[in-house]
Design a protein around this ligand. Structure first.
Ligand SMILES: [Zn+2]
Length: 243
């Protein structure tokens, strides 16, 4: 294999390692973003739950006040009952008293229902608070992992970037341009191996796209140090020395 192809393969190897590190970092960044979203949703649910609890609590307090007012009214009616002089007055007060007692019973049921609701909602809010805390801790952990990866990868990345620059400086400007264009297009998979389909037949395919290649082109790779690209996918072709 010629020096140009060897330099290209070295460059590809470095580019693939850089791309792999970037992929891992991007995956961690995505999981930070996902967890941030999850925490935000849990906080929204908590806020809504707190508002609802407050609303129910206000209604329960109002029902309790109403009950107290009715109790006072019943007491006043009872006092009045002791002071009436006629049967007619007595009957009228009794009727009011019975009505008020019936209303009070209904109000008491409602007040108890509201107290039950307050209890249920308070429990739900407490559970949601625990969930928010959990999601927040999880986010903290994922962020710490990302920070750790950034720290441990940064030395590796700058070493690789230096190696890449060194490998690139061994290449002709035109070849490097071609490499960079292909690298953008194929996410680092710039090179394609030439595969001999059958050991005894002069048939070759490009490993990048599986299209056939002429024997002349394959043989040129073995004999000359020049860049050959696949006619179908455009990748830079190379042949293993072992083949
Ligand atoms: Zn190809």
């Amino acid at each position: 294999m010629g020096a140009t192809l060897e330099a290209l393969l070295a460059l590809r190897e470095i580019e693939l390692q850089i791309a792999e590190i970037r992929r891992q970092l991007a995956a961690k960044e995505r999981s930070v973003a996902r967890q941030t979203e999850k925490l935000r949703a849990a906080e929204h649910t908590l806020e809504a739950g707190r508002a609802d609890l407050k609303h129910t609590q206000v209604a329960a307090d109002a029902a309790d006040l109403d009950l107290k007012a009715r109790d006072a009214h019943v007491a006043r009616l009872r006092d009045t009952l002791n002071t009436v002089r006629t049967n007619k007055e007595y009957a009228a007060i009794m009727s009011q008293l019975n009505n008020e007692k019936a209303d009070r019973t209904r109000q008491e049921t409602r007040a108890l229902e509201l107290l039950g609701e307050v209890e249920t909602k308070r429990k739900a809010v407490a559970e949601q608070e625990a969930l928010v805390k959990e999601e927040s801790q999880r986010l903290g952990n994922i962020k710490a992992q990302l920070e750790q990866s950034l720290a441990s990868f940064s030395a590796r990345l700058s070493a690789l970037e230096q190696q890449r620059d060194a490998a690139a400086s061994r290449l002709d400007g035109k070849v490097l341009d071609l490499f960079n264009r292909l690298s953008d297009r194929y996410e680092g998979e710039v090179m394609a191996r030439v595969v001999q389909v059958h050991p005894r037949r002069q048939e070759f395919i490009c490993d990048g796209c599986n299209m056939s290649l002429s024997a002349e082109r394959a043989n040129a790779l073995l004999t000359r140090d020049e860049v050959q690209t696949c006619g179908s996918c455009g990748r830079i072709l190379f042949m293993d020395k072992s083949r």
